[in-house]
Design a protein around this ligand. Structure first.
Ligand SMILES: Cc1cc2nc3c(=O)[nH]c(=O)nc-3n(C[C@H](O)[C@H](O)[C@H](O)COP(=O)(O)OP(=O)(O)OC[C@H]3O[C@@H](n4cnc5c(N)ncnc54)[C@H](O)[C@@H]3O)c2cc1C
Length: 527
């Protein structure tokens, strides 16, 4: 409606004292890098302080806060969500069956060119990811995380000439269309228990395979290259019978490689990303690594990478929620004073700030350990000390803790905004909340990770040397108070003969351990 028009019987001069949200909007700023000096401090602590890297972060911080954030807002609107497309504009079968929204595709292309999926300096790569996550659109992060995992898999595992060609195209990004990856493990009968995979792989005479069966959650199906788990016909049942394949989405003539999109999921979050149920009907597939190590390679390389992405994205979500809540609490007044001065609001803001900085510090420490392991393996050496075990356990812990914290803290930030926190177009908070829940579910929900961690901690000496294990994880001497207290608790719960009670105590212990780890990591930067 034209706001200048006067309605019959009204007097516009009586309505001319509108409340302005301008100062709040201005306080949000347009630059995610320069408004976060603590990120720069943490990166410097880990040795990332060259001018070239800082310049790239500064320019990316501006791009994501403006162009990418606007695109994410538009893609998330109900009228712009992806739809099934059975045919193209000329009546031919559509080569994918769905399309990414144009803006998601543009942000994805820019992110790939900026190095988010394969920048060799990992501190820089994941600092860029952290900035991107702050727009609160895991629909863009998912394809990037999958691409990072696929690149790592293609660099480490043999997939013959098709693998080398895929890797080259992804790393070179020729043309405007983004070249990216996807990963399809989950089937209708279960995602956590991937050893039950039923999709069948039939070997061809030339050594390639054809895949038959249904995958139940396929995000990012528009990706050109997929990592897919399937069971070769002569393979044993269970996890060891699940192999890993590289599947190009298109055949060389541009037609679909033997798959059909059956349905788009109607999802709570990551709405700009089409997640589909898909039937594989003879898709040509190339073995990626040794057949009997398929599932373990998928978990070790691809899913571990995605789990770390979930964690760093979750901390980016917390940062975004903190920014919105702080700006609002300083701007908004109630009963004559800024709401930031009320103790309960101030306490929530302090919790957001503390959690964000400690969890970010934890993730960068994990990243440094993980990269030492990867560098040793690339050089054909054995990783030093307990680095490999430490990285493996901490990646599972950070995925679980950070995603859970993100959901709770985004919710807390929404409450600071009252009703405006619920309004979809007022701030990114509603999208952050929806996508935080997706981060919790992806790549191993909490129950699965907790069960896996308990097995690992029992296997790697938790019961015999609990203080040594805790000290190794926290990076502290065994004599410190934190190690003594958490080590005593671990010893007690591991000797509990009641498995249900043991699992519940372990779950609470895990969270305490990880939050302590975060506090220690931040203290090293800010004693
Ligand atoms: C938006 C979205 C997009 C997705 N995209 C993809 C994709 O692209 N590719 C893909 O492969 N998958 C995808 N997934 C699937 C996702 O990875 C799975 O949902 C997840 O792995 C869990 O599997 P599930 O849903 O079958 O749950 P289940 O495995 O059936 O788990 C159900 C519950 O049981 C618990 N549980 C399972 N095992 C144990 C255990 N040992 N101990 C204790 N508790 C346990 C879990 O914690 C969970 O709470 C997507 C999911 C979502 C929501």
């Amino acid at each position: 409606m034209n706001s200048d028009r006067q309605l019959p019987g009204t007097d516009p001069t009586r309505c001319q004292d509108p409340y302005s949200f301008g100062p709040f909007q201005e306080a949000l700023g347009q630059d995610f890098w320069s408004d976060d000096p603590e990120l720069a401090r943490l990166l410097a602590h880990h040795g990332l302080d060259e001018q070239d890297a800082l310049t790239r972060l500064a320019s990316w911080g501006q791009y994501v806060a403006s162009t990418a954030a606007d695109g994410a807002d538009r893609c998330d609107r109900p009228e712009n969500l992806p739809r099934i497309m059975p045919s193209d504009s000329y009546g031919r079968p559509h080569p994918v069956g769905v399309e990414l929204p144009a803006e998601t595709s543009a942000v994805l292309a820019a992110s790939l060119r900026a190095g988010l999926a394969y920048e060799p300096q990992v501190m820089l790569r994941y600092a860029l990811v952290y900035l991107s996550a702050q727009i609160g659109d895991a629909g863009v992060l998912c394809p990037l995380a999958c691409t990072d995992g696929l690149v790592r898999a293609l660099q480490e595992l043999d997939a013959g000439e098709p693998g080398a060609a895929a890797l080259q195209r992804i790393l070179e990004q020729p043309g405007d269309e983004p070249i990216h990856g996807a990963q399809f493990v989950t089937e209708a009968q279960g995602g956590s228990d991937a050893g039950t995979n039923r999709v069948r792989a039939e070997r061809q005479q030339d050594g390639s395979y054809r895949l038959f069966g249904q995958k139940w959650f396929c995000s990012n199906i528009p990706a050109q290259y997929w990592a897919v788990t399937a069971r070769p016909v002569d393979a044993p049942s269970g996890s060891r019978g699940v192999a890993l394949f590289l599947v190009p989405r298109e055949l060389s003539d541009g037609t679909a490689n033997g798959f059909r999109v059956e349905r788009i999921k109607d999802k709570l979050g990551t709405r700009s990303l089409p997640t589909v149920e898909m039937t594989l009907d003879g898709a040509i597939a190339y073995p990626l690594g040794a057949e009997r190590e398929g599932l373990s390679n998928m978990v070790r390389i691809v899913l571990s990478t995605s789990r770390f992405w979930c964690a760093i994205a979750a901390v980016g979500f917390i940062r975004s929620a903190e920014r919105v809540a702080s700006a609002y609490a300083s701007f908004r007044a109630a009963f004559g004073q800024p709401i930031a001065s009320y103790p309960l609001v101030a306490d929530s803001l302090a919790r957001l700030r503390r959690s964000r900085r400690e969890l970010l510090a934890a993730n960068l420490e994990i990243l440094a350990t993980w990269e030492r392991v990867a560098a040793a393996e690339r050089a054909g050496q054995t990783p030093a000390g307990n680095d490999a075990l430490r990285a493996r356990l901490l990646i599972m812990m950070t995925k679980m803790t950070c995603t859970r914290q993100a959901t709770a803290l985004v919710h807390e930030a929404m409450m600071i905004l009252g009703g405006n926190g619920i309004e979809e177009r007022f701030s990114p908070l509603p999208r952050l909340l929806r996508d935080a829940i997706i981060l919790e579910t992806w790549e191993g929900p909490h129950g699965l990770l907790t069960a896996r961690l308990l097995l690992d901690i029992q296997k790697y000496g938790g019961a015999d040397a609990p203080h040594g294990l805790v000290g190794m994880l926290l990076g502290l001497e065994e004599t410190t108070a934190e190690v003594q207290s958490l080590g005593d608790e671990l010893a007690e719960l591991l000797h509990d003969q009641d498995p249900s009670r043991q699992m519940l105590s372990f779950s609470r212990w895990l969270e305490r351990l990880f939050l302590t780890f975060g506090a220690i990591c931040w203290k090293q930067v800010d004693p």
